[in-house]
Design a protein around this ligand. Sequence first.
Ligand code: 4H4
Length: 245
Amino acid sequence: MRIDIVSLFPELAEAFFAHSIIGRARAAGILDLAVTNPRDFSTDKHHHVDDTPYGGGSGMLMQAAPVYAAVEHILPVRTPHTRVILTAPTGVPFTQDTAKRLATYEHLVLVCGHYEGIDQRVEDGLADETISVGDYVLTGGELPAMVITDAVARMIPGVLGAADSAGEDSFYTGLLEYPQYTKPAVFRGMAVPEVLLSGHHANIAAWRRRESLRRTWERRPELLARAPLTEDERRLLAAWEDGEA
Ligand code: 4H4
């Protein structure tokens, strides 16, 4: 898979591309990552990329032309296997399901929304979709682009390597992940649950599923409506609701 980030601050994405799991996947050729600066496609002699908003108002908006030129340079031909995504607080909320869907494309281009906004023609005539990483406003679209890149990359076979546990991740099962422990068995008086030391795989799996359900019920009950639950699990939830378990 190839992911291009279009950003006025390419050094941020380059640093992100160079480290950890993403960096190793890039070095292994599993991910093809690049960043492009729309300023390189500005045609005026001062390389302007923003200007004042029509209709007045404070601040500057990122102009459409340099962004169009950058994306069309990256992606001269659009196909059903390519996707151009604008990051902005006005976008559709990014979820694990979005990450799974975006991982099915061959080439993603992530356009970083500008800290003061971007000409609407970028959304209307260039982006296939607009995505928000959360209901808060950031100083730039670079972190959202890196969040999306990271979550999508984890869905690509081979990226996680030996740590490939995406199938048990929070949200992947529709629930939050269960509590996890490593050595020592007791730390500052807090002991690892006995079942996890038992070696009884069926009991461990049952404990983990119940703890995922409990954590989701306590912290993100809205997820339960869509999560695939057994009848026993629904009865357990009802018991918790009634304070009976
Ligand atoms: C755009 C900030 C518009 C403020 C932005 C305005 C997110 C997010 C984000 C840089 C861009 C901000 N991007 N998910 N959340 N002037 N991007 O905050 O309309 O208030 O993806 S404005």
